[in-house]
Design a protein around this ligand. Sequence first.
Ligand SMILES: C[S@@+](CC[C@H](N)C(=O)[O-])C[C@H]1O[C@@H](n2cnc3c(N)ncnc32)[C@H](O)[C@@H]1O
Length: 291
Amino acid sequence: MINLSPLPPSEVTDGVQEYFTLADKAYRNWTQAPKGYTAPYALHSGYHPDGNEIDQFESVTLMTKKIISLLDIDPKASTAILENGCGVGSISYQIATAYPNSLVIGTNITPSQASTANKYRVSSGLSNLWYILGDYNQPCFPDNSFNIVIFCESLCHSTDQAKSIQGAYRVLKKGGKLFVADVVLNDLPLTTDEAKHLDNMHRGWFISEFRTLDEFRAMLQATCFGVPLLSLDITRQTFPSARRMGENSAKRLQEEQTVPPVITESRKSCVALHELMKAGKLKYFWHLLEK
Ligand SMILES: C[S@@+](CC[C@H](N)C(=O)[O-])C[C@H]1O[C@@H](n2cnc3c(N)ncnc32)[C@H](O)[C@@H]1O
């Protein structure tokens, strides 16, 4: 594991909150939702079939759909679902809409996003959807409460990923499923330039721990999860999103604009993600595990 955390956990938390608050406009633009779209915008990558770049809104919507179909939710059952690090709630909202018998809770440590998510919930009138302000490292739920726990591009911000996974394990029912979407390190060692990119991702996106696929799986299994039901490499399908983010951010970094330092640092992270994926040093994976 490469642990890049010289920052104490409280500074990571402050940094995450500041970044996701100040980057709100960028994320609203990211989904490129058509006029009149009333659901929450997504903060995650797009899914581009066979790696062929498709329309931005379609790609982001497709990613949400693919994740939901992987969860294999029974429409007749009352499935309890927890989304950890839910952004402004897009995945939770889509699940609650498509599965009225489910109960969906999204948690987020960033107050401004939790409040935006709640506005979407109120205007939707959905009665099976709740958003909670809270740290997924201190889940406030009883043991064995959920059938499904989701981390979509959110576990990476944890100051202690093993602890986050243990928390998810505790609140899952026996037979419940854990879904994680995130990047893993590949093809080590890194060159000096690549290590600099990784450090930029640490500074801009507050990612402290980077693991290889084997290390990541070992961490999951150390928490008593068995062999993954699924470990799917979708680097090819997400790469066009990384390229789009990286190229846009590289342009913005050339412009003489006065933006908060946290935004400048996050743009360096976008460039870094693109460069590291292009070099094959970061891979994007879906993991599905059963308790
Ligand atoms: C890249 S966004 C992904 C959002 C959402 N899952 C999606 O796919 O649209 C990461 C989210 O994780 C949240 N987050 C980071 N650390 C967290 C923590 N310790 N507890 C709860 N939420 C956290 C951030 O505030 C942010 O909303």
